[in-house]
Write a protein that binds this ligand. Structure first.
Ligand SMILES: NC(=O)c1ccc[n+]([C@@H]2O[C@H](COP(=O)([O-])OP(=O)(O)OC[C@H]3O[C@@H](n4cnc5c(N)ncnc54)[C@H](O)[C@@H]3O)[C@@H](O)[C@H]2O)c1
Length: 476
């Protein structure tokens, strides 16, 4: 029985997954470690509103386990040495330089972890890959562990990819569709696999725990994300066709989704997928496919990302086309998080759309219930830098951006309102009251990137609306 777990990486995966294990396994002490001191301080904050990952239900669980059997620390080496099982849940973003730039996963953090585990360990360890990794990464980790180790000890590497979705992480972890555990089919590999299974069995029914070899497990995670993203790009590509042909994408989604072979999940047309995973994992899949000489496979998956870019760009261009860009018009962007109920804005569509708007000279007001002002400026700056815009121009462009701390201030005087995150709060806008203060000519145009506006009702109040995939749009 495992008694002590160390998790390297106190992020969106490490924090919630370890909190849920701690909750279900009070007999196991869990130490989450991270090299980011500020993040660790926030996890240890007395005020649970300050924990760095916002997920429905997370702070309640943290309040129950923190200080009992769940601990946050920056003493990485100490807890590596102390624990028998080490989860690696560090970030693996797309490479920004060197070979594979813009496509391959950057394994720098994984390599550093492997070295650190190897150097700090004085006893046998089971290493669990929790981060999403290219297929056959376990081989590289093993090599690093063996080459750097100081003691005559054994490292067993198992793959246990995480399938949680941000915004529903706790729910997903409590009731996982499946838990995948890939291990070497050796005697020691199977023992390690069973030790991890014993942990999950505390709350996951055994039939949902899938045992595979390491490579199937690593590849399954990339493939799952690619297939989810593919559905989004499929419906989004059809949304463009629906608009042109007079069809309605929600009717199409319903008709398609009723086929039980297809199913109705992930068929909502939108501004496109964001988040730290889908794009990076598909690009990684594309890169790996090319490395194996499978160009057709690579091209096929690359198009999923290309359609996503097309959708964000198409939406931006529709706003720009319909708003006078010469007389300093304002667009209110509602939502910065990549989806509702998370404080994560990585790869959010709002970043690309807002950048496109300010680059065209429009003024943009932004409101998001959870994302802090510094993060919004940071996201835009990083995006513009990536587009090779120089610092002087970035400073000039940022003057066009204004972040509001309440919804009303964001939309009260504006020429257009663009819905980019499907926050529940936006469903409660009182359009009738709002409309009374506005002369018909001054009513902002509405651009609904999330299909959350009651089109008929809001148009009946005199608003012009563009809604993704709606063939009846009064704006196009
Ligand atoms: N976010 C998701 O929804 C999600 C879902 C499933 C899988 N994943 C995968 O899980 C992994 C982690 O994702 P995340 O969203 O939690 O990332 P994150 O950026 O939120 O957290 C990663 C943490 O690791 C820390 N870290 C990096 N290198 C370190 C090192 N050498 N030593 C100590 N700490 C280190 C960072 O400081 C950071 O706090 C990624 O591979 C991701 O693809 C993410």
């Amino acid at each position: 029985m495992i008694k002590k777990i160390c998790c390297i990486g106190a992020g969106y995966v490490g924090g919630p997954t370890m909190a849920v294990i701690a909750y279900h396994c009070p007999e196991i002490d869990i130490h989450i470690v991270d090299s980011n001191n500020e993040r660790i301080d926030l996890w240890n904050s007395d005020n649970l509103d300050n924990i760095p990952v916002k997920e429905p239900g997370l702070s309640k669980i943290i309040s129950k386990v923190r200080g009992k059997n769940l601990f946050f620390s920056n003493e990485v080496d100490k807890y590596i040495d102390l624990c028998e099982m080490i989860f690696i849940a560090v970030n693996t973003p797309t490479k920004t330089s060197g070979e594979g730039k813009g496509m391959a996963a950057d394994l720098k953090n994984i390599i550093n972890c492997a070295k650190q585990v190897s150097l700090a360990s004085k006893s046998d360890k089971i290493i669990v890959e929790k981060s999403t990794l290219p297929v056959r990464t376990a081989e590289k980790i093993k090599e690093i562990l063996e080459n750097n180790k100081r003691e005559k000890i054994n490292f067993e590497i198992i793959s246990n990819p995480e399938f949680l979705a941000e915004g529903t992480a706790i729910q997903d972890l409590f009731k996982s569709d499946r838990v995948l555990i890939g291990a070497d089919q050796t005697e020691s590999g199977k023992i390690a696999q069973n030790k991890l299974i014993d942990i999950y069995k505390k709350w996951i029914p055994e039939e949902k725990i899938i045992k595979t070899n390491v490579w199937s497990s690593e590849l399954s995670k990339l493939a799952s994300n690619a297939m989810l993203a593919q559905r989004i790009s499929s419906i989004n590509s059809l949304s463009a066709l629906a608009e042109k042909s007079g069809a309605k994408i929600d009717e199409l989604s319903m008709a398609i989704g009723k086929d039980h072979r297809i199913g109705n999940k992930f068929l909502n047309a939108s501004i496109g997928f964001g988040g730290s995973c889908f794009q990076k994992d598909i690009l990684n899949l594309v890169y790996i496919s090319r490395q194996y000489g499978l160009d057709e496979v690579a091209d096929y998956w690359h198009n999923v990302v290309k359609i996503n870019e097309f959708q964000k760009d198409r939406f931006s261009q529709i706003i720009i086309r319909n708003i006078e860009t010469s007389s300093n018009q304002t667009v209110s962007v509602l939502g910065w998080a990549f989806k509702k109920d998370t404080n994560d804005s990585r790869e959010s569509s709002s970043i690309a759309v807002t950048s496109n708007l300010i680059l065209k000279g429009l003024t943009v007001n932004v409101y998001d219930p959870l994302i802090k002002i510094n993060q919004i400026y940071h996201d835009i700056t990083a995006y513009l830098e990536f587009k090779n815009i120089n610092q002087k121009n970035i400073t000039r462009l940022l003057k066009k951006l204004s972040v509001k701390d309440n919804l009303n201030d964001c939309i009260i005087e504006t020429d257009a309102i663009a819905f980019l995150t499907e926050w529940d709060k936006f469903l409660n806008i009182k359009w009738d009251k709002f409309s009374k203060n506005q002369h018909i000519k001054n009513k902002p145009k509405i651009f609904d990137g999330r299909g959350i506006i009651d089109y008929e009702y809001v148009s009946s109040l005199g608003y012009q609306i563009y809604q993704i995939g709606n063939g009846d749009n009064s704006i196009n």
